[in-house]
Design a protein around this ligand. Structure first.
Ligand code: UDP
Length: 239
């Protein structure tokens, strides 16, 4: 009695296959950080704070040619159904690494030699897509901190559910047997893809369709990121 999640191209939450969950992006939500952002993709909720460019500790880590990036990804205990043990684990360290790689070519690191840019990504609530929501938030937070970049990095996952190519999978969709999920990050302004991950099996045609759908999703997300930054910087000082 398997209940299908997708019927005639409509998903269990009412979305079409190429639709992103309701999205909220806010820039500059924390006063203490140099830059910050909040992102919701449906019930996945992420907050990011950026510090820097600042001095590198320990000093031997500094690079005389460019800034170093220190990304941290953390799921807070109540972000998932079974309370998550506090602290970093193998998965969070791996995600922080791939997220940092997604920004390495986007940020003009050479402008800040011997310094560090720290990005703390906190997952408040998880319903799949936390790394892509975190990248989307980190990008806005970096821009809010005034860090120069080639363009914003925008990110979303696309995949296959019950044989359909679909955008922005929920946890229920990801958990369907045979589902695959490809997180993609890109700089829409230049067209560069800066993150592409995948587990599971897919045909070349499927991967092409999935990446194309994710690219379109990233372009739509960039518009909302820009709107969030404009909202902060055009309303500031009016109170
Ligand atoms: N998840 C969880 N507990 C964990 C890790 C993940 O419940 O310790 C859930 C959570 O909803 C997460 C989803 O599994 O969003 C998918 O995790 P994945 O590692 O694929 O990363 P994500 O899609 O969040 O980037």
């Amino acid at each position: 009695m398997d209940k299908k999640l997708i019927n005639k191209g409509i998903r269990s939450d009412g979305r079409k296959l190429d639709e992103i969950r309701p999205m909220i992006i806010k820039a500059g939500v924390i006063d203490r950080a140099d830059g910050s952002a909040y992102v919701e993709f449906g019930t996945t909720k992420v907050i990011v704070g950026v510090y820097g460019p600042k001095k590198v500790h320990p000093r031997h880590m500094e690079n005389s040619q460019k800034a170093i990036l220190k990304f941290r990804y953390n799921m807070i205990p109540f972000s998932v159904y079974d309370r998550k043990r506090p602290g970093y684990d193998k998965r969070s360290v791996e995600i922080a690494k791939v997220v940092a790689d997604a920004f390495e070519n986007a940020i003009f690191l050479e402008e800040f030699p011997k310094s560090a840019i720290e990005v703390d990504m906190e997952i408040i609530q998880a319903d799949a897509g936390t790394r892509v929501a975190a990248i989307t938030a980190a990008s806005v937070a970096l821009a809010d901190a005034g860090i120069p970049m080639k363009g914003l990095v925008s990110s979303v996952a696309a995949g296959r559910v019950e044989g359909n190519i679909a955008l922005d999978l929920t946890k229920d969709e990801e958990d369907v047997s045979d589902a695959i999920d490809l997180p993609v990050a890109m700089i829409p302004r230049t067209g560069e893809i800066t993150l592409l991950q995948m587990d599971g099996d897919a045909t070349v045609e499927e991967i092409e369709q999935i990446v194309k759908m994710a690219e379109k999703g990233c372009k739509d997300i960039e518009k909302v990121q820009i709107a969030a930054l404009l909202e902060k910087y055009t309303t500031k000082g009016t109170n």
